[in-house]
Write a protein that binds this ligand. Structure first.
Ligand code: MG
Length: 409
């Protein structure tokens, strides 16, 4: 495998050629490192000096939202219950999340990206700390590899400005396709094997780059799809490329076409199904003697949140609400319990969806009885990039609160 890590460069000139189709696509993915934890450390340097920071609520949902790299080294992860994080890392400092502060910080960081990338770039915010930028207009070279290399000074400049102006670090990936750019930024994080912070995947080397990844690293491959692929011997992208059978028969038509697209080097954007479902749900039924109760529900819910978040990302939408429903009895139509809540901002963040769902179960006391069936989902979505302001205009006619609405952050 041959990928290229990049030293600092200073040239940041971006010719503005206007929006049109370009022969050599150039995509940059910017992802902040341990965003919430990094913001808290920056804002309380003395207080947290030498300490391991885990961001999460003390009370229900007592879940890790973000963990710094020292905590991650001890296997602490977003979505994990706080008690479990404490077992793994007893010396950790738990910091209460401040979502409005992170949203404000996010806007400032995105503004830096827009400013540095220039008017010819196509910008897309995909979550509070992540964005794609299509810089094809400014980076056309003699061939695909030459074009990608032209994006390096620009990508480096984004990192420098974020560090200088906001004292926060980002990891940046450059590739000809979105999902490869994202894998590239993931591959150069401070806790990765190649912690350089900026990774360019040349077009001529992208298949080699992809081969080493586990299939579940691909967009749209959640626990269920992963299990189906593993069952036919597909564990890595290399296995996927070598597979001679019909992928649609293994994982269904939609996922099969998505995976074939990856193998053929097509971006997921070009192969996304046209008719997007309005509901994104993950459901699981349990047999007698295997019905989870109390803490046994947590890993099931986490797996469902992962699946729903992956599906949202695949379709490039964000959840506006989260709902859970449970069934306790066999041969019963309908649900025994149901709860839903509107999120403080639209998201496809697995940790937030999970924490919200767990909070719903607890506030409605839905996991105190063994579950026959558990369903987690969202019934309303908005396109990626939609901000909290766009969906939370105050209703002037009625000041009545939704009785199901629960404030989480
Ligand atoms: Mg991040």
């Amino acid at each position: 495998m041959e990928t290229t890590s990049i030293p600092a460069m200073s040239d940041n000139s971006i010719p503005t050629t206007g929006a049109k189709a370009f022969p050599f696509p150039v995509i940059i993915h910017v992802d902040m490192n341990t965003f919430y934890a990094a913001v808290e450390r920056r804002d309380n340097l003395k207080k947290y000096e030498g300490k391991i920071i885990v961001v999460g609520k003390k009370e229900s949902p007592a879940i890790v939202v973000s963990a710094d790299y020292a905590a991650r080294k001890k296997e602490v992860k977003a979505g994990m219950p706080i008690y479990k994080a404490r077992q793994l890392c007893p010396e950790m400092t738990l910091v209460e999340p401040n979502m409005p502060k992170y949203e404000r910080e996010s806007e400032l960081l995105m503004e830096i990206i827009r400013r540095v990338a220039g008017p010819a770039a196509v910008f897309e915010k995909v979550s509070v700390d992540e964005a794609f930028i299509d810089v094809s207009a400014a980076c056309q070279g003699t061939d695909a590899d030459d074009s990608l290399e032209k994006a390096v000074p620009l990508a480096w400049q984004i990192k420098i400005q974020m560090s200088n102006e906001r004292h926060l670090l980002a990891s940046v990936g450059i590739a000809s396709e979105r999902f490869i750019a994202k894998l590239a930024s993931d591959s150069c994080k401070p806790d990765s094997k190649n912690p350089c912070g900026l990774l360019l995947v040349l077009e001529s080397e992208k298949m080699e780059f992809l081969k080493s990844f586990a299939v579940e690293k691909l967009y749209g491959v959640g626990d269920v799809t992963q299990a189906k692929l593993n069952a036919v011997g597909i564990y890595t992208v290399a296995d996927l490329i070598d597979y001679e059978g019909d992928l649609c028969a293994v994982v269904g038509n939609d996922k099969g076409e998505l995976l074939k697209g990856y193998v053929q080097g097509k971006d997921r954007k070009g192969i996304a199904p046209k008719g997007k479902p309005k509901q994104y749900t993950a459901q699981k039924s349990f047999r007698r003697g295997k019905m989870p109760v109390g803490d046994e529900v947590v890993p099931v819910l986490l797996s469902q949140a992962k699946e729903v978040a992956a599906d949202l990302r695949k379709d490039e939408v964000l959840a506006v609400n989260v709902e859970v429903s449970v069934c306790y009895k066999f041969r019963k139509k309908g649900n025994d319990g149901h709860a839903q809540v509107k999120l403080p901002f639209p998201t496809d963040d697995m940790g937030i969806i999970f924490a919200t769902a767990l909070s719903l179960l607890d506030k409605s006391n839905l996991r105190a009885t063994p579950l026959r069936k558990l369903c987690l989902g969202t019934t309303k979505v908005v396109p990626q990039g939609t901000t909290v302001m766009a969906i939370s205009k105050p209703k002037s006619k009625s000041k009545k609160k939704d009785k199901n609405q629960i404030r989480l952050f």
